[in-house]
Design a protein around this ligand. Structure first.
Ligand SMILES: *Cc1c(COP(=O)(O)O)cnc(C)c1O
Length: 408
């Protein structure tokens, strides 16, 4: 599959022409949808007609976004939800069970780490942290109760890149699904299915939202996994085959959890999609040039960005993401005090969390994102106290360089 579509604008049409001829998909913010007859109503509730019934379950504006993502990703099914964390939690509520385990790296987005380690634990689900860069360690941790191997395609803030070909070879051999959080790199620069990912989760809050306009999440299902091998879904898989995950997720879990995407968010994110590749490519290119520049500054001890030729993940990053491995870099100064001083002095770069806003954002991760963790867990996440994370926006490169130099 070679998908050249970058905006989601092609291949789209309203199911019916808008009565006013609107060229943007309108925001359908009402809750209920009316039917002509009782039989129409029955068919809609049984999912036979594809008609909307109630806004928590489906909505035309949200469905429109899901269909665009379907075209962009080449997936078999897409569900849009209220945030990236809702995407991750809906996926695991669909496939995990008491006694199951998840194999993952401890280098995870902060709330994903907390969800696996604390939230799921109380439901009898164990997370097995291992080194996803070490195939033997991964294979050793998988057993008959492993419900998934989970990885972020570029870890944050460590910026490690697992070799997905190697990982997916292991998951295919062992018969477990490979689930990847691909928030850091957008379509078409990263095409998950090509690398053996079975289910992709995305925080559309980031690049897709179009400049930090709204929170949202996407569950992108390639239907490449045989759910007959899943303890939780095997009964359903007898009837539904590879669609078992989709059936369970859409037909039961997502409606029961109720973390639906709002139509207003879907409208904003539909608009965001139209400029996604323009913004992504510009921010990635600025990020690379800024990373190269930061390497020349004596006050900066090290710069981490997988697009740098001397980065240990350069080759695998290049293979999987081409010349645009996202717009987030990290760098280390002498100590935490030096980091705080720089953060206090920047003028253009904003002091804020979040990634891939149109504005550049800086944060000291250990004292903020990981700030409430106990010392033992802080050690586990391995984020040094002299590290700053910079999410590069759409400002002029020279302005960003100058801002950092004056702040140093
Ligand atoms: C932000 C983020 C999330 C969570 O997304 P929300 O939309 O904030 O819930 C998950 N994974 C990664 C890699 C993220 O950057």
């Amino acid at each position: 599959m070679d998908n050249k579509e970058t905006t989601g604008i092609l291949n789209e049409s309203f199911p019916q022409k808008d009565i006013h001829g609107s060229i943007a998909m309108p925001i359908y913010s009402g809750v209920a949808f009316e039917f002509d007859t009782a039989e129409d109503m029955e068919n809609a509730f049984l999912g036979k007609s594809g008609k909307h019934t109630y806004a928590r379950i489906s909505n035309p504006t949200v469905e429109f976004l899901e269909n665009r993502i379907l075209h962009l990703s080449g997936a078999a099914h897409v569900l849009a939800v209220s945030s990236g964390m809702a995407a991750i939690s809906n996926v695991f509520m669909t496939i995990a069970y008491s006694g199951a385990n998840i194999v993952a790296s401890p280098h995870l987005f902060g709330n994903t780490f907390s969800f696996f380690l604390f939230t799921l634990k109380d439901f009898g689900v164990e997370v097995r942290f291992c080194n996803l860069l070490d195939p033997e360690d991964v294979a050793r941790n998988i057993d008959e109760n492993t419900c998934a191997v989970f990885t972020e395609i570029i870890t944050n803030p460590h910026l490690e890149v697992a070799d997905l070909k190697v990982l997916s070879q292991i998951t295919r051999e062992k018969g477990v699904p490979l689930i990847a959080d691909s928030t850091m790199v957008v379509w078409p620069h990263f095409q998950a299915e090509r690398w053996g990912v079975d289910i992709e989760v995305v925080s559309s809050t980031k690049y897709i939202s179009g400049g930090a306009t709204s929170t949202g999440g996407l569950i992108v299902d390639y239907q490449t996994y045989d759910w007959n091998r899943s303890k939780r879904l095997k009964t359903l898989a007898k009837a539904a085959g590879k669609r078992a995950f989709q059936m369970k997720l859409r037909g039961e879990i997502s409606r029961n959890l109720g973390a639906c995407m709002s139509p207003n968010t879907a409208y904003l994110q539909n608009l965001g999609l139209e400029t996604l590749s323009l913004r992504y490519e510009r921010a990635s290119s600025t990020c690379l040039q800024l990373a190269e520049f930061l390497q020349t500054l004596p006050a900066i001890q090290s710069v981490n960005y997988t697009g740098l030729k001397d980065n240990p993940f350069y080759a695998v990053s290049r293979a999987q993401f081409g010349d645009c491995p996202g717009a987030m870099l990290t760098f280390c100064l002498e100590d935490q005090a030096a980091c705080y001083a720089l953060v206090d002095r920047v003028k253009i770069i904003r002091r804020a969390t979040n990634l891939f806003d149109n504005k550049s954002l800086i944060i000291h991760p250990l004292s903020t994102i990981y700030g409430t963790l106990s010392p033992a867990y802080k050690k586990m996440v391995e984020v040094p106290d002299n590290l700053l994370r910079l999410s590069v926006g759409l400002e002029d490169l020279e302005d960003l360089k100058e801002d950092i130099v004056q702040a140093l």
